[in-house]
Design a protein around this ligand. Sequence first.
Ligand code: WQD
Length: 339
Amino acid sequence: MKILVTGGLGFIGSHTVVELVNAGYDPVIIDDLSNSNIKILDQLAKIIGFKPAFHQLNLCDDKAVSEFAEANQDISGLIHFAAFKAVGESVKHPLKYYHNNFYSLINLLNAYNGKALNFVFSSSCTVYGQPDKLPVTEDAPVKQAQSPYGNTKQIAEEILKDVVAAGSAYKIVSLRYFNPVGAHSTALIGELPIGIPQNLVPFITQTAIGKREKLTVFGDKYNTPDGSCIRDYIHVVDLAKAHVAAIKLMQEEGFNGYDVFNIGTGNGSSVLEVIKAFEQTTGVKLNYEIGPQREGDVEQVWGDVTKSAEKLNWKAELDLSTMMSSAWAWEQYIAENPL
Ligand code: WQD
């Protein structure tokens, strides 16, 4: 069964390609290589034993997308990762984010309109902003987005709901990721930030390997037990498996329309706890200092994952220590084997 994976050479996309193959699906990758590396295709081949089908395609080019769909009608599912996702950059370049994230989504939906496609959308806990109640459930109010990036996720979910409400043949699931971290157990694929990492864990591993001089903890005066921000970190392999579970759910009788799930562990970890877990797991002392708070950060958020366990039949299995050890193994691999 062919599953189209847009952004399939990216961090979460590549791990999802592996889990799709493990579950007996046949992934077809689309990627425009604007934020990924073609060499990940060879890395995937080392893990799954063959090079998955790959098409370099800019999803904002509606003609190219409809030509692709014409030539690839035998797709039964679609997992849509391809989007710009840097919170800070989206504040500086909102139009770039609205153009890319909406044109790509709408072109895909138009190209396969009318086909009973199982469509998985990569959403984010960013839609919750700072929840009033923790852990946050899927029916918590979606708050005013803190960034154009977060806004594109909120509006995209509304677009998908409207498409289903209009009676389209699509079945759609939005997965609201919490914080994806870690790497595949083979250390052959992982997070490949371009330039200075925006996110915590790649900054930790690049500091540990000496690529960065020190980590700055963005604030320790929050209203949390140790003063640093709390997030729900989830291993990228657990996250990848949630996409397979979503495809399976939509293949079942009785699934109709649209649903949304929190994809996290249900546990919150502070920045200082993540640093401690990294040091204890790897034995590497991390050079860090406390700095000013970062604009737009929410203080604390972690997910209620009851609905995912009960309805998506999925739950995270890997712990924070495994997240740290796998992220570190990948950083060491990439230092020895630059792509
Ligand atoms: C985590 C915590 C920082 C870097 C964003 C998006 C989310 C998803 C993941 C795409 C925060 C602190 C960070 C550093 C630090 N994106 N931090 N020093 O902002 O929770 O989520 O990325 O899928 O949608 O919103 O992740 O890793 O940037 O930050 O202290 O050098 O680490 O302040 O508290 P975030 P993050």
